[in-house]
Design a binder for this molecule. Structure first.
Ligand code: FES
Length: 203
């Protein structure tokens, strides 16, 4: 596999194979480049600036352009985890200062949640958990008892005296409606007949 010379802004030099990316090569050689995502093109921490030999690099990957855009020809910036070297290049890594980053990490403060946060002891937490579990069980039982109320109705010994648990019996209304309509039509025909008789008598 071919190797190419990379010259860094701090004066260090490195021979980088064509099949490895710049971040990998630097890690192997102990040259510090910051990386938050481990080389998965999702943090943009490993940004470097190419000062010479920009044509001797692979073209930016899809992931890289998604993250930093397709403006390499203007900014000369690349993600070192996505950059492969195909010829001699010079790279500016002055933005990557290990001691500075370590110091930042040390002084980084944990931001506690805002508002009044009450600290509870372990026993208190266990008691609260148990209370919630009991409440959940109680609710579950209630839900089940409601869902199966018709089974209780089947058992006459468990039927309530107030009748509140009983479902109303269904009844047909279409039959009664038909009967009423029949009666109405009969009355009408009777009336018509009597009217006809009257008319014949008068004539
Ligand atoms: S290491 Fe995260 S984008 Fe390169």
């Amino acid at each position: 596999m071919k190797e190419h010379l990379v010259t860094f802004s701090n004066g260090q030099t490195l021979m980088v194979r064509e099949d490895q990316n710049l971040l990998e090569a630097c890690r192997e050689a102990g040259i510090y480049i910051k990386s938050g995502c481990g080389g998965h093109a999702s943090c943009s921490d490993c940004l470097i600036k190419i000062t010479q030999g920009e044509d001797d690099l692979n073209s930016p990957s899809f992931e890289e352009t998604q993250l930093i855009g397709n403006v390499f020809h203007i900014t000369k910036e690349r993600l070192s985890c996505q950059t492969k070297v195909l010829g001699p290049v010079s790279v500016d890594i002055s933005a990557h200062d290990k001691s500075n980053d370590a110091e930042k990490l040390k002084t980084k403060k944990f931001n506690p949640p805002k508002g009044n946060v009450r600290k509870r002891t372990r026993d208190e937490v266990i008691a609260i958990k148990k209370e919630r579990q009991d409440l959940g069980k109680e609710k579950e039982e209630k839900r089940n008892s409601w869902q199966k109320h018709w089974e209780r109705e089947k058992d006459p010994s468990k039927a309530g005296g107030s009748g509140g648990n009983r479902r109303p019996k269904t009844f047909r209304t279409d039959f009664e409606e038909n009967e009423a309509a029949k009666e109405e039509s009969l009355i009408k025909t009777e009336e018509l007949k009597t009217e006809d008789k009257k008319e014949t008598k008068d004539s």
